[in-house]
Write a protein that binds this ligand. Structure first.
Ligand SMILES: NC(=O)c1ccc[n+]([C@@H]2O[C@H](COP(=O)([O-])OP(=O)(O)OC[C@H]3O[C@@H](n4cnc5c(N)ncnc54)[C@H](OP(=O)(O)O)[C@@H]3O)[C@@H](O)[C@H]2O)c1
Length: 277
């Protein structure tokens, strides 16, 4: 029988996850969401068939699995409101950026299974990549269930150290924005060559999609894929020389380090919040 799952805070990320679950055949009657806004509750109930409540406590009380989907800044207040009624057989999954397992453990107030996840925006299209880490209480069976949950919105990987969640943020969490930025730059430059925006967008975006598919689907080292299309004295070689002359590894490295540093700062802010109780 399907587990009862409650989404606390139904916005973009919760909707991406439960619409993926519904598309994979998860029964709508086993899904509850919460929102403070009556119009949103009506909308999600009518469009997805899930139950919608205003009361987080009632949703948690009825759930085997609770997915915490409010914004990071709201998490402490929301979790502490229902923490007294948490049961030790429940599994909690947080999608909030920057909130560490020990902060969630503090706010929930008793030893329970907790999984921290870092999904990304392509999850909305079932093409997400999610990094996952579990606390000690989480069983292998629960981890398997969580992997299946995130399979409904794309792929997932488990990391074994929480510190790696910062790297997950820099590698897959924020990465769609790097690629958007790169595409913007390519399109701007194609327009400078006289091509119209729509044609430039189609050419650049499908090139990126095709390249990503080659990386994911062909079992070849990425370096080899690059070499295969870099003929000596050809056009690609000229472009790659130019990128290397601009020290692309340093540019990307600086961007990822900036992302990791900010992720660490955010985690520190939330752990201070949990120490201040
Ligand atoms: N979007 C992404 O791509 C992405 C990627 C990775 C991680 N995340 C994480 O996902 C979480 C949610 O992000 P989001 O983009 O989905 O945000 P969002 O669209 O703003 O959704 C958050 C929802 O929480 C609801 N909410 C706020 N306080 C509540 C309360 N006390 N009780 C019940 N519901 C409450 C809000 O609805 P009402 O105001 O109607 O209550 C809102 O719709 C964040 O923690 C974020 O870090 C998001």
């Amino acid at each position: 029988m399907a587990l009862n799952i409650a989404f606390i805070g139904v916005g973009n990320m919760a909707r991406a996850i439960f619409s993926g679950m519904l598309a994979s055949g998860y029964p709508a009657e086993n899904i509850i969401g919460t929102s403070r806004t009556p119009e949103k509750r009506d909308f999600y109930h009518e469009h997805y068939g899930v139950s919608m409540l205003a009361d987080n406590f009632a949703a948690v009380d009825d759930a085997d699995v609770v997915v915490l989907c409010v914004k990071p800044a709201q998490m402490k207040v929301v979790v502490e409101e229902f923490s007294e009624h948490v049961r030790s057989d429940q599994l909690f999954i947080s999608v909030a950026a920057g909130i560490e397992l020990n902060a969630l453990e503090n706010w929930l107030g008793k030893p329970v299974s907790i999984v921290r996840s870092m999904p990304n925006t392509p999850s909305q299209l079932g093409a997400g990549m999610t990094g996952l880490i579990a606390n000690e209480q989480t069983t292998d069976e629960q981890k398997e269930w969580v992997s299946e949950l995130f399979a409904s919105i794309g792929h997932s990987v488990w990391v074994d150290q929480e510190d790696h969640m910062h790297t997950v943020t820099a590698l897959s969490g924020s990465a769609p924005a790097y690629f958007f930025r790169f595409l913007e730059s390519m399109i701007t430059n194609a327009k400078a060559q006289g091509m119209d925006e729509e044609t430039s967008r189609q050419l650049a975006s499908h090139a990126m999609l095709g390249a990503a598919k080659m990386v994911v689907e062909l079992e070849e080292p990425i370096e080899q894929l690059r070499k295969n299309i870099t003929s000596p004295n050809g056009t690609t070689e000229q472009a790659l020389w130019s990128l290397d002359a601009s020290d692309i590894d340093r540019v990307v490295g600086d961007a990822m380090t900036a992302c990791i540093n900010r992720s660490k700062e955010m985690s520190n802010d939330f752990s201070v919040q949990s120490d201040e109780e």
